[in-house]
Design a protein around this ligand. Structure first.
Ligand code: GTP
Length: 605
């Protein structure tokens, strides 16, 4: 295709503002999906996405569109253009994937719910789009809703992107109103891609998806040159060579082609079995006489949040390993290694991009693989400098080094919060409590503000979003991006049962919060641990210094004493019941702890 007739665009929107519905309408209007094949959210293929209504993996689809079609009455149809719509994931954890999808585009539709206005994610993604020099088309969706306030939010949008309120398009993805005009505007406003036709090929990977039948399907945008079918290609970050088994476009089903050239977006299949060999952000070129300079922007996915995952039933350990292996085929950001906990047995320390990522993986393990899991409280990565000059990277609190520590560093994020201005006080209080440092505040309109903070990631991964929602009656939205690390006054708090450390309960906290953590856990455990034959002290300690203590008093475990007389069957029943109870107990040192105690302590806040 002549690059002049190509338009590559994406839709950025906050969750639920209607991106998938709009994409569906576009598929229909351009005729690539017939009415009767149409099902809601055609592009969101993963079940869990469909159920939770969130988009996790991005996809690209090719839409033919002749600008006047469906819109103007006069004139007749213009030349048929190829619109490549690239669907971007909407959540904070996937910022890097969003930024690569944006880099494959020349323009983007900024889609905002006309009854809700701009949200933090919309804004964060807008900044990413601006960084990538994209042409922005502001669009209000859901104008059919009685609660829509198109004038108010058009003014808000115009204010933020610096255009005139009359430039803001108004559509209903549900009824289709305004969607044809929007496609016309995409053709008119989004620049055609530019690239060097006769250069060695350079194609950027913006998505990579594992398919059980075809292996890894890699989505690319060709920036320079041409990739032909059956060509030998090279991944520039690693130098690895692959044979192109198939190349083509999504229309929206995979349609093989002879090749892809400047400005084109499509997929390719090389037979690799694992998305880590075909990484988002990498540049593909020809194996021989290929390009020497990769396209910019490649980053290895970096896990930010760690949690220990343990099967409730220890014999499920091999199944858990197999399930993680399978999920990793499709998820280059998922990392894990075996871990043993004295309290929880055999499991894995798993690294995630963020909390949603963690939740999605956990849910898939439980739902798709039928595993019952215990997850330890999520923690971030700490870097610990010792006085002897050595440095430790800690992904599991129980491995926090002992000895003379000179400094502990923790990751920090830049958080953007959008909310009605009446909640400013509550939000500032919450951020202050979470060790936040305010960066600034702006009014988006007279009653809505954007508040920016630097916050330790550890404080954000722990129920921050829930707290924010409850303190703002659900009105605030949050986005954050990593901005490096800071030195902080952090300590490890251990929990001891009868003198033995329970590794699963060790936590790294700020010094000022260590006491509260200790007191809370010790009190909770006292309620959950049944009396034993001996007295059990429960202690919280920093190093060898005890900061909190409770005691479970001893009992004489004489259950049969109650059954005086000779009712032997009753005695047997009791004994059996007790035996069964024992099965669900874990021994921690000499103390029996019910499984439920671990779950209760680890799952609540
Ligand atoms: P994520 O995939 O989670 O990012 O959400 P999304 O932005 O793709 O939103 P989606 O298309 O799933 O729409 C969210 C909800 O809004 C759904 O219940 C849609 O039916 C509804 N919706 C989308 N567009 C419109 C519209 O124009 N009018 C009305 N009334 N409802 C709409």
């Amino acid at each position: 295709t002549d690059p002049a007739l190509i338009r590559n665009f994406c839709i950025i929107a906050h969750i639920d503002h209607g991106k998938s519905t709009l994409a569906d309408r576009m598929l229909q209007l351009t005729g690539v999906v017939e009415q009767r094949q149409m099902r809601a959210q055609y592009l969101d293929r993963m079940d869990i996405e469909r159920e939770r209504g969130i988009t996790i993996k991005s996809q690209a689809v090719r839409l033919p569109w002749a600008p006047t079609q469906g819109g103007d009455q006069g004139g007749g149809a213009g030349a048929t253009h190829i619109l490549n719509m690239i669907d971007t994931p909407g959540h904070v954890d996937f910022t890097y994937e969003v930024s690569r999808s944006l880099a494959a585009c020349e323009g983007c539709i900024l889609l905002v719910d006309a009854a809700q206005g701009i949200e933090a994610q919309t804004l964060a993604n807008l900044y990413l789009a601006l960084e990538n020099d994209l042409t922005i088309i502001p669009v209000l969706n859901k104008i059919d809703l009685p609660a829509a306030q198109p004038e108010k939010y058009a003014a808000e949008l115009a204010h933020i992107i610096g255009c005139d309120p009359s430039d803001v398009l108004k559509v209903s993805a549900k009824t289709g109103e305004g969607v044809a005009e929007l496609l016309n505007e995409v053709v008119r406003l989004v620049p055609a891609p530019v690239g060097v036709k006769d250069a060695p090929a350079r194609a950027m990977i913006f998505d990579s998806v594992y398919d059980a039948y075809r292996g890894v399907v890699t989505y690319v945008k060709v920036v320079d040159g041409t990739l032909g079918k059956r060509e030998r290609i090279k991944m520039m970050s690693t130098g690895a060579a692959h044979e192109l088994l198939e190349i083509g476009t999504n229309s929206p089903e995979m349609t093989p082609a002879d090749g892809l050239s400047v400005g084109e977006v499509g997929y390719l299949i090389t037979g690799v079995k694992d998305v880590r060999q075909s990484k988002v952000g990498d540049t593909i070129t020809q194996y021989s006489n290929g390009a020497t300079e990769p396209l910019g922007g490649y980053k290895d996915p970096k896990p930010m949040v760690f949690s220990g995952l343990y099967p409730l039933d220890g014999s499920d350990y091999p199944e858990l390993r197999e399930a993680l292996d399978k999920l990793q085929l499709n998820d280059a950001a998922l990392v894990y290694e075996p871990e043993t906990s004295a309290a929880l047995g055999f499991g894995f320390r798993v690294g995630f991009l963020g909390l949603l990522h963690l939740e999605v993986i956990r849910e898939r393990l439980e739902r798709e693989f039928g595993l019952d899991l215990i997850a330890t409280a999520p923690n971030v990565i700490y870097r610990v400098d010792m006085e002897d000059g050595s440095t430790h990277t800690v992904t599991n609190p129980s491995e926090f080094p002992v000895g003379k520590i000179s400094q502990v560093h923790e990751p920090v994020v830049r958080a953007t919060i959008l909310a009605p201005s009446e909640f400013i006080g509550a939000i500032m209080e919450l951020c202050q409590n979470r060790r936040g440092v305010m960066l600034g505040m702006d009014y988006l309109s007279e009653d809505r503000v954007e508040i920016r903070y630097t916050l330790p990631l550890a404080e954000v991964v722990f129920d921050f979003f829930d707290q924010l929602k409850s303190k703002t009656r659900g009105y605030a939205s949050l986005d954050y991006e990593p901005t490096g690390e800071q030195a902080s006054d952090l300590v490890k708090v251990d929990i001891l049962l009868h003198g033995d450390k329970v590794d699963a309960f060790s936590a790294i906290t700020h010094k000022d919060k260590a006491y509260a953590y200790g007191v809370r856990l010790v009190a909770k455990l006292r309620e959950l641990i049944p009396r034993q034959n001996f007295e059990v002290p429960i202690q919280a300690a920093i190093g060898s210094r005890v900061i909190a203590r409770e005691t479970v008093r001893a009992i004489r475990k004489d259950v049969l004493a109650k059954c005086y007389g000779g009712d032997i069957s009753r005695k047997r029943k009791l004994l059996e019941k007790q035996k069964e109870g024992k099965k669900r107990m874990k021994m921690v040192g000499s103390v029996e702890v019910p499984q439920e105690a671990f779950i209760a302590v680890l799952s609540s806040d």
